[in-house]
Design a protein around this ligand. Structure first.
Ligand code: ZN
Length: 150
């Protein structure tokens, strides 16, 4: 299977079977995001305890790239330390060549393997879709801005 086909299959799997979909009964933080250029919407519940993402739930609708990115993100951040989630967010944006302020990757913290998220790197070839892939991560950053740890 060519790598592009593999990536497409991973994206479609997350789009059709999103992980951690729903709402949390007792979310500590909630954030909503939208990408008007494509009509994508995304919302995120996070429960944070002891500096870790204790639970996560996502909702949204829109194109396969935005929704698959959200599903992969939910899977990737579940159970992780908030500090590691911030690092992962930065690694993702670096992979996608998304501006993330002056927040350089720390070479001493290679951090998480991106796993399924690497399937989204092909989206870089379609600049108009990068905002789709970034929507859940921008929403995550809004949520993390409300968290007083890490
Ligand atoms: Zn989209």
């Amino acid at each position: 299977m060519a790598i592009d086909e593999l990536y497409r299959a991973v994206i479609l799997d997350h789009y059709r079977n999103p992980r951690h979909r729903g709402r949390l009964a007792s979310a500590h933080v909630h954030a909503d995001g939208e990408n008007p250029s494509c009509g994508d919407e995304f919302s995120l519940d996070l429960a944070v305890a002891d500096g870790m993402v204790a639970d996560v739930a996502i909702q949204g609708h829109g194109c396969s790239i935005s929704q698959a990115s959200g599903s992969m993100m939910a899977e990737a951040i579940m159970g992780r330390k908030v500090a590691d989630v911030r690092q992962l967010t930065h690694q993702f944006k670096t992979m996608m060549a998304i501006e993330d302020g002056d927040n350089p990757v720390d070479p001493d913290r290679p951090g998480a393997v991106l796993g399924d998220l690497e399937a989204l790197q092909g989206v870089r070839r379609f600049p108009v879709r990068i905002k789709c892939a970034d929507l859940p991560w921008a929403t995550l950053q809004d949520a993390l801005a409300q968290v007083d740890v890490g």
